[in-house]
Design a protein around this ligand. Structure first.
Ligand code: CDP
Length: 217
């Protein structure tokens, strides 16, 4: 039987990354933040002075993805997130990043018995056969507050209203695109985290995974 794969999708700043990291640590699974791949493509383009790339340019950047960028602090900048969501709407870019993500799920690094991947299309496109699919959401207000808090330490931190507007416009673009739009898989468990603590979200997700694991064995 192939390893345990947990797919976590949802809109920007819904708490996917925090949940995915905790689950991976608790269950001893490998973790891939698929959004960081799109962000790395965007950052490479920004650094090359290509802030409005056409699809051929963006696809070429995705094909020669420099993994060192995955640890770059500028990955989390608003401008990087905005361009990430623009290039993520391009089919060529998505195709260039697909095998890498599928390979991670099928052959998790460091001898781990499975993997947790978070993003927008993990349960629908990247790993349609995932053992467990979670769709994590929260109200735009809650998500804006969380992201604003994360960015607060940075130089030139944006206002709460601006953070909210950025999230809403990025979600609209991610949901409306033709290729791999942000949409819950039919068999995803929905988790609205607006009124839940990190601890509560973690406990619920873990219970869902334990149930799925028991069914599989
Ligand atoms: O951390 P945050 O939720 O703000 O976003 P992210 O997960 O880092 O993703 C940045 C952007 O990459 C998203 O707005 C999507 O446009 C794109 N993305 C995607 O299209 N598919 C994925 N599996 C992950 C991210």
């Amino acid at each position: 039987m192939s390893g345990l794969v947990v797919a976590i999708d949802g809109p920007a700043a819904a708490g996917k990354g925090t949940l995915a990291r905790r689950l991976a640590a608790a269950l001893d699974l490998a973790y891939l933040d698929t959004g960081s791949l799109y962000r790395a493509v965007a950052l490479a383009l920004l650094r090359a002075g290509s802030g409005r790339p056409d699809e051929a340019t963006a696809t070429a950047a995705a094909r020669r993805l420099d993994r060192r960028l995955l640890g770059d602090p500028a990955l989390r900048d608003e401008a990087t997130g905005r361009l990430a969501s623009m290039v993520a709407a391009m089919p060529g870019v998505r195709a260039a990043l697909l095998d890498l993500q599928r390979d991670f799920a099928a052959h998790p690094p460091d001898g781990k018995a499975g993997a947790v991947l978070d993003g927008r299309d993990v349960g629908t496109v990247v790993c349609p056969d995932a053992t467990v699919k979670l769709f994590v959401t929260a109200s735009a207000e809650t998500r804006a507050l969380r992201r604003h808090g994360e960015l607060a330490g940075a130089d030139a931190a944006p206002s709460l209203a601006r953070v909210r507007a950025e999230l809403v416009s990025r979600d609209a673009r991610d949901s409306a695109r033709a290729t791999a739009p942000l949409v819950p898989a039919a068999d995803a468990h929905l988790l609205d985290t607006s009124d839940l603590s990190i601890e509560e979200v973690f406990a619920r997700a873990k219970a869902i995974i334990e149930t799925a694991r028991t069914r599989r064995s």
